[in-house]
Design a protein around this ligand. Structure first.
Ligand SMILES: Cc1cc2nc3c(=O)[nH]c(=O)nc-3n(C[C@H](O)[C@H](O)[C@H](O)COP(=O)(O)OP(=O)(O)OC[C@H]3O[C@@H](n4cnc5c(N)ncnc54)[C@H](O)[C@@H]3O)c2cc1C
Ligand code: FES
Length: 296
């Protein structure tokens, strides 16, 4: 069992969860992830990037966006509660070297996935430009942390409520049109965003890395669930990635594969919502009923 030592909300539906996992905290490198199972008996396994770690207190930090059943369950955890399994560190570490000027693009919760690599790129001596995007100001995350690790930081919101109005791709395009010399780009976020960034950098031949988010199950290359097509070859994102050359990724296949289980995922979420609603109603009717009330 892995004990939650801190849990707090960063933005609506996005929580920071610190978990005791000393062995992982000692070994993890930027770009790696863990596979988490909230409940040992019925829980599904989901991959989450290690956003940060502290070797001294033996904790790792996860930043979780509640999009479905398991992420919403994780986001209900409070300090002192436990997670059944945390397996890792998994995946290949990010390629960290002194490229020169690097742009780190984070879209939505992708900012949390990009953050540890931005820190490592800065430590390697790069001039780091951050471009952080979100639909609206309220859901922007890690503003302070990204501010502390970048030399320049730009915010883009779809509705113009913070920074500039528009997409992260527009900011990257305008930096390039201003004649800025950019040696390397790391882009992490929704699939269409990563694809659009690849389209901006491809004609200029700027090396560009994306972190892929296919459905993962075991995280060890055994189940084949996370197969992606890169440069015409099948790769397993969990062991060969999750970071790949953006110009070689087949984003269409990735998007198609990620929708394969949509009906099942919607069903699981509806069941969780029903259960939570039932618990709340019971607690309103019987205030002495504790959180371990039986699900219907
Ligand atoms: C390497 C990697 C690192 C990730 N890091 C983070 C992170 O740091 N923070 C974060 O909030 N999210 C991260 N994700 C995405 C996260 O794993 C999914 O949001 C989560 O699995 C959704 O599960 P669910 O049951 O809550 O939602 P569901 O309703 O089951 O699914 C919602 C969507 O999440 C995706 N998904 C579902 N199951 C899986 C699975 N087993 N593996 C991968 N994707 C799945 C699918 O696209 C699906 O449509 C990462 C994904 C990968 C592959
Ligand atoms: S998650 Fe099973 S092969 Fe990658």
């Amino acid at each position: 069992m892995f004990v939650v030592t801190e849990a707090r909300t960063l933005a609506p539906d996005i929580r920071l969860i610190r978990v005791g996992a000393p062995r992982i905290a000692r070994r993890r490198q930027a770009g790696q992830f863990v596979i988490v199972r909230v409940d040992a008996e019925f829980g599904e396994r989901i991959p989450l990037t290690i956003a940060d770690s502290d070797e001294d207190d033996g904790t790792i930090t996860l930043i979780v966006q509640g999009v479905g059943k398991t992420t919403k369950l994780l986001n209900m955890l409070q300090p002192g509660e436990t997670i059944a399994d945390v397996v890792g560190p998994l995946g290949q570490p990010s390629d960290i070297r002194n490229f020169g000027t690097v742009v780190v693009v984070g879209g939505g919760v992708g900012t949390a996935i990009a953050y540890p690599t931005a820190v490592a790129l800065k430590r390697a001596g790069n001039h780091v430009i951050g471009i952080v995007g979100a639909r609206t100001k309220d859901i922007l995350i890690l503003e302070q942390e990204m501010g502390a690790t970048t030399d320049e930081l730009y915010f883009m919101t779809d509705d113009g409520s913070y920074g500039e109005r528009g997409f992260v791709t527009q900011k990257l395009q305008s930096l390039l049109e201003e004649g800025r010399n950019i040696d390397h780009v790391l882009a992490i976020g929704p699939i269409p965003m990563m694809q659009a960034i690849a389209d901006v950098t491809r004609p200029r031949d700027i090396s560009t890395i994306v972190s892929l988010n296919p459905i993962m199950v075991d995280g060890t290359g055994m189940c084949g669930g996370c197969r992606v097509l890169v440069g015409g070859q099948s790769k397993f994102a969990c062991v060969d990635g999750p970071e790949f050359d953006a110009h070689d990724v087949d984003f269409t296949i990735l998007a198609q594969r990620n929708t394969m289980y949509r009906r099942h995922e919607r069903g699981a979420l509806e069941q969780l919502e029903l259960t939570s609603e039932h618990c709340c109603q019971l607690r309103l009717q019987h205030p002495d009923v504790g959180p371990d009330v039986q699900a219907p």
